[in-house]
Design a protein around this ligand. Sequence first.
Ligand code: SF4
Length: 266
Amino acid sequence: MRAEEKKEAIRTYYRTLADAWGLQHWWPAQSPFEVIVGTYLTQNTAWTNVERALANLRAARQLSLAGMRRTPLAKLERLIRPAGYFRQKAGRLKTFVAFLDRRYNGSLSGMFSQPTPKLREELLRLNGVGPETADSILLYAGNHPVFVVDAYTRRILHRHGILPENTEYNQIRELFEDALARLSNQAFATSPSMIENGMQENDFDAGPRGAVHPPSRMSTAQRSNLAQVYNEMHGLIVGVGKNYCRKSQARCDNCPLQKFLPESRH
Ligand code: SF4
C-alpha cells in the first residue's frame, strides 16, 4: 500500500467510526492533573481498576497536586493499590510531582505552555513515562495536538495490511498525524451526526458505541480542531479494540471496519 493510500484508509476509518459512534468524550476527568494521574494508573491494568484507585484518592482528598505532594508515599501506595503495581506507580507519581515543582514551579499551565516536542522529550525522560503515556499527557491533559498510539492501533493496522505490528511508535504516530491533519479543517470532524450520535449520560445500556465516556470537564474543554480529531480517533480505536479487535480473536462480523478488511483476511 502506498503512503497516500494508507493515509486515505485512516481518514476513512475515522469517518466511519465517528459516524457510527459519535463523540467519545475522552478523557473522563475533572482536571488536567486527574488525567495525568490516570495515565500513570492505567498502565498494565483495566480502566475499572483505575476508577477504584481514583475514587480512593478523591475520597481522601489527594487527587490534586497539593494532595499528592503532601501524601506520604506509603499512604499513596495504599490508596492506589486497586490499580496494581501500586508501589511502582506511587513512586512514579511522586517523581512527576517533583519534576513539575523543580522544572515548572509546580505549574501545570507553565508546563503545558512549552512547545510540544520539547515537553515530549522532558516527559520521556521521567521514570515510567513511555511514548504512549507522554502523548496521553500531552493530548488529554494539555490539549497538545499529538496522536496516541496503543496496542489496538498496531493490531488494527496489522490486521488490515497497512503496517506490520512491530512498526516503530513514532512512525505510526506520524502516519496518523499526517492523515488526520487534513480532516481537522473539515466540518465533519465534529459534524452534527457525530454530535447526535454522541452518547449521553443515560444512554449507557444502548450497546457498543466505541469506548465512550460521559461528558466531563476535560472532555468538553476548549481545544484546537486538530487536537479534537486526534482525541476522537484514539478513543474510537480503543472502542474497536475493546469491542471487536481482540488479541486472541477478531470479532469482525459486527465491526464497523469489517468492510475495509482486505479480501485475503476475510
Ligand atoms: S475486528 Fe476485524 S474488521 Fe474489526 S478492526 Fe479487527 S480485523 Fe478489522
